[in-house]
Design a binder for this molecule. Structure first.
Ligand SMILES: Cc1cc2nc3c(=O)[nH]c(=O)nc-3n(C[C@H](O)[C@H](O)[C@H](O)COP(=O)(O)O)c2cc1C
Length: 187
């Protein structure tokens, strides 16, 4: 008898310290609304004082097959609250190390927006490194936790793109999410 299968459950964890002033992330966030099997989690809205509820966050991670992160690129990294969330929740014995198998087999999908244009993220550009290189710490985090690294979705030049171009990015992002949850897993 074949094993029953279901769509993947995706947890979209978003961190933007000033979403009300955002041009790009606000559109990406809106585009993720109303998708079956997608749970949306706004870190700055949930934890304005940076007091992260570790057990509730662990439970959320365990209950989903795909962990998607969405954030604006700040100083070549994620915003501070998302780093705090990693530091407090992705613990030894839970995410990695002895007995730390709770995230193994899940997928990690990163979406971020940059102010710099595509051309800046190149060996000869002013940022000198590619996004693939800047995102290596997250790629390695996935590997350490036994997770599958999904090709990231990056929106460059977020501050200069037209509203129409940003809306098109948001719809492409929604299509990526739809494709990811459409992947079946054994139930
Ligand atoms: C504190 C801070 C740091 C930033 N660091 C970078 C950076 O390292 N690289 C980059 O390309 N853009 C950087 N930016 C620009 C943001 O990435 C950009 O404004 C954002 O992705 C646009 O998305 P939003 O409209 O949702 O805010 C930075 C912006 C701020 C406020």
């Amino acid at each position: 008898m074949s094993e029953a299968a279901r769509d993947s459950r995706l947890l979209l964890v978003m961190a933007h310290p000033a979403l009300e002033k955002s041009r790009a992330n606000t559109r990406l966030w809106a585009a993720s609304e109303g998708l079956a099997a997608v749970t949306r989690h706004d870190l700055y809205e949930t934890y304005p004082d940076f007091v992260v509820d570790v057990s509730s966050e662990k439970k959320k991670l365990v209950e989903h097959d795909i962990i998607a992160l969405q954030f604006p690129f700040y100083w070549y990294a994620m915003p501070a609250l998302m780093k705090e969330w990693f530091d407090l929740v992705w613990l030894h014995g839970f995410a990695y190390g002895k007995g730390g198998t709770k995230l193994a087999g899940k997928t990690l999908f990163v979406t971020c927006t940059t102010g710099g244009p595509t051309s800046a993220y190149h060996a000869l550009g002013y940022n000198r490194f590619t996004m693939e290189e800047f995102l290596r710490p997250l790629e390695q985090t996935a590997d350490l936790c036994g997770m599958v690294w999904e090709t990231p979705y990056v929106v460059h030049g977020a501050r200069i793109k037209s509203p129409e171009a940003l809306e098109a990015e948001a719809q492409r992002f929604r299509a990526r999410l739809t494709g990811l949850v459409g992947r079946t897993v054994a139930s």
